[in-house]
Design a protein around this ligand. Structure first.
Ligand SMILES: *[C@@H]1O[C@H](CO)[C@@H](O)[C@H](O)[C@H]1NC(C)=O
Ligand SMILES: *[C@@H]1O[C@H](CO)[C@@H](O)[C@H](O)[C@H]1NC(C)=O
Length: 416
């Protein structure tokens, strides 16, 4: 007997049995069943189509290789289908992950995704945060602060090698992620321009990976105070981060700590270097320091640039409650590091030429900047001028002297 015959017979048997029960119940059962089958079929077709087209469509759709898609899918499959009603089971785990990735990639509203996929926006709005949470649980080990001095030193080596900035443990930056006035949130997410936003604070290593991220720590604090509320800052103050000990810069004598490089929005401390403020004469020591600092900071600008160019959900005001928006943002961060480290997805996520390159000081703009115009980057934090300690100023002065002597690069006078 052919398989089809078995199916017909068993289906017939079902209908007969079902027909014996109450009329009302039978009707509901049949509609649900038919609807479910249709959805399952549609989900399979959708993915099959996606997979078959030479892979380019799939990669563009999900922003990753199919190997990584299925790796991710199998890691979270049980969890994203766990607590489901009959109805919601009808949407396969494949579809849930694909729709969530599509949402991250485009930032399209749930209403427009609903037409694309024929899944209701209420259902989408329920499972997208769930899938994001599971992506975070599975991938969060890819985002971690170094736990040993040796790991920190590796980062410093990379910054010294690539950007000629010794004693640098990472580039620090914060950005506003816009939200559209969510309901039920008090004033705590208002930013300085009275629009809703959450703040993404990030530390990036020499290879464009996020090593520390804090999403939404603003909570009514002015931009200048955001970093002080982050765990990284608190651990740094407590001196428990296992930073390498002080040592002189090459060819110099002053004992120097290791530092993060940051912009004007941060306070100058013994471990955070920021540019000299104000105007300075061309070719002055201050201009040279600022130029050298900005080179090392380009890495975090590029990391934010690529992540918001690929996951465009970060660029549009999200129509989400802040707590949900945080989960969405964190999922993109985890995916960024995951895709950067993956053999099969690395070149899909950041193909050659993605990042800015430099040749004898001349910048070749990275491809992530193309077509972005001025809207390229996320809104920066507000500059807050503040006093800094004498010892922090002395540390910056020593970097400055180093960059103007032993540590100079041949082209710096052309650009500073
Ligand atoms: C940084 O790199 C220079 C060469 O560009 C090297 O001479 C120096 O030893 C390095 N410094 C540190 C602290 O690793
Ligand atoms: C704030 O919101 C208003 C209206 O919603 C908009 O016109 C303005 O551009 C926003 N400002 C910023 C800094 O996003």
């Amino acid at each position: 007997m052919a398989d089809d015959d078995v199916l017909v017979i068993s289906t017939a048997a079902f209908i007969v049995i079902a027909g014996l029960s109450k009329r009302k119940k039978k009707k509901r059962w049949r509609t649900t069943k038919i609807y479910r089958n249709r959805l399952v079929t549609r989900g399979k077709l959708f993915l099959n189509d996606l997979m078959q087209e030479d892979g380019a469509h799939f990669r563009n759709f999900t922003r990753m290789s199919s190997d990584d898609f299925f790796y991710l899918l199998e890691s979270i499959r049980d969890k994203i289908t766990r607590s489901d009603t009959h109805f919601r089971k009808a949407i396969t785990a494949e579809e849930r992950l694909a729709i969530t990735l599509r949402y991250l990639a485009t930032g399209d509203s749930f209403s427009s995704l609903q037409y694309l996929f024929n899944v209701s926006k209420q259902v989408i709005s329920k499972f997208v945060p769930e899938v994001c949470k599971e992506i975070i649980n599975t991938l969060s080990q890819h985002v971690k602060v170094p736990s040993t001095t040796v790991e920190w030193l590796k980062i410093a080596e990379k910054f010294n090698e690539t950007w000629n900035f010794p004693h640098c443990l990472g580039a620090l930056d914060g950005k506003h992620i816009p939200l559209q006035c969510p309901i039920n949130s008090g004033s705590i997410y208002y930013n300085y321009k009275s629009n809703f936003s959450i703040v993404l604070m990030a530390l990036v290593d020499g290879d464009y990976n996020f090593i520390f991220v804090d999403v939404g720590c603003q909570g009514g604090v002015s931009d200048g105070g955001v970093f002080k509320n982050c765990q990284l800052y608190k651990d740094m103050e407590k001196n428990i981060l296992k930073f390498p000990g002080c040592s002189p810069l090459p060819g110099r004598n002053k004992e120097m700590p290791y530092v993060f490089v940051a912009d004007e929005a941060f306070a100058l401390t013994e471990n955070i270097m920021k540019p000299y403020s104000g105007r300075h004469r061309k070719g002055s020591k201050e201009r040279i320091f600022n130029y050298r600092l900005s080179r090392a900071r380009r890495i975090v600008e590029n990391a934010f640039g690529i992540i918001s160019a690929v996951f465009r959900v970060l660029r549009k005001p999200m129509l989400l409650e802040p707590e949900t928006a945080k989960v969405v943002v964190m999922a993109t961060i985890c995916l960024h590091n995951f895709l950067r480290k993956s053999h099969s997805s690395r070149n899909i996520y950041t193909p050659d030429g993605t990042f800015d390159k430099e040749k004898n000081g001349k910048i070749i703009p990275g491809s992530w900047r193309e077509g972005n115009g001025d809207k390229s980057s996320l809104a920066p934090l507000e500059n807050v001028p503040r006093k800094s300690s004498i010892s922090a100023q002395n540390i910056r002065a020593e970097f400055t002297d180093y960059f103007c002597s032993h540590g100079s690069v041949p082209w710096q006078n052309d650009y500073a």
